[in-house]
Design a protein around this ligand. Sequence first.
Ligand code: CMC
Length: 388
Amino acid sequence: FGLMTYDPGYANTASCKSTITYIDGEKGILRYRGYPIEQLAEKSTFLEVAYLLIYGELPTKEQYEKWVYDVLHHTFVHQNLARMLEAFRYDAHPMSMLISALSILSTFHPEARNVDDPAVRNKQILRILGKLPTVAAFAYRHRIGRPYNYPRSELDYTTNFLYMLDYMNQTPYEVNPVLAKALDVLFILHADHEQNCSTSVMRSIGSAKADPYSAMSGAAAALFGPLHGGANEAVVRMLTEIGDVKNVPSYIERVKKGEFRLMGFGHRVYKNYDPRARIIKKIAYDVFEVTGTDPLLDIALKLEEVALNDEYFISRKLYPNVDFYSGIIYKAMRFPTDMFTVLFALGRAPGWLAQWVELVTDPEQRIARPRQVYLGEEARDYVPLDQR
Ligand code: CMC
């Protein structure tokens, strides 16, 4: 191929220099801006982690309070956007609605195209982080045919999101603090993961200097794919299909024959236990204390045990990834399955924005434009239709 490197899926190509997220896939290490994911999950909040990812340092108390205030005061969406969401089919997938809403948001904020102005960038960051939970909640409310609940800025980020969802349909609705905390930690665990598929799309579209809403609409579309953010949904479908712990060994045999993949297993970078999966497994037990246990958990635990002791999975270094347990937790919290990827998108939003800021402020970055290895026809002459 001459001087060109053929690298399908870019497994060996570094597309950028970055100071945001460090992963050691062999050792199972994940750090945001140098801070171990375990410490952030235990001690921080999602909005604080968002600040850290985007601005590079943990905020001071004053910076944090202003940041939380600013984000929570950008949670309302234009009423026309709310009306546009109403026009979707009653059974529209909430992820498709989120992808569309991000794109629609660019029409409300045309100044966002001025991506080289730091003040403009900051304004869009507040708007996106603030409005995304509102759009996600509206998409869900539309799906179940109930009126929207408008944001309450006095609540914390995750509690406000759960309040707008009111997905347990209780009146009056009290958000359970244990569930809100669990979801906040899940958001932290999903907040960034360096150059994964959706983030690469964010950077790729961003490299053409498109506005961040359009770029993020593309990133969310990539996340919708079953091999990426859609995997948590697929895990729950898989566990439901297996149906009983006793069916696990025969299911594993079919995976080994190549009939299908074990969803929630394997990772391009982690060739060891995904550190996020370890933390999530612990959260599962906090959630189950509130919600009651889920029979799918027993199937998941058995599946993990059988796979981790099987030569097929050992030799390929296939371990549970972040999606293996997150779906079970979301299900126990009674989120409908098609909201799972939306939850992933809310968590990943600060990562997408941090990577986008790094891209547009990096003087070495150029428009993303990979090459190809052409294997098609040599030059040939056009044949008129009546002679073919
Ligand atoms: N079940 C069974 N076999 C697998 C699996 C799996 N989940 N994942 C990989 N393999 C096998 C694969 O068949 C191949 O075997 P062989 O060498 O015999 O052909 C070998 O392992 C290497 O696989 P690969 O396709 O080259 O690996 P990749 O780095 O391209 O793919 C992956 C990574 C995550 C797409 C893949 O492991 C997969 O499809 N997993 C299931 C879906 C999933 O859980 N996705 C969530 C990923 S983490 C969160 C996120 O990124 O959104």
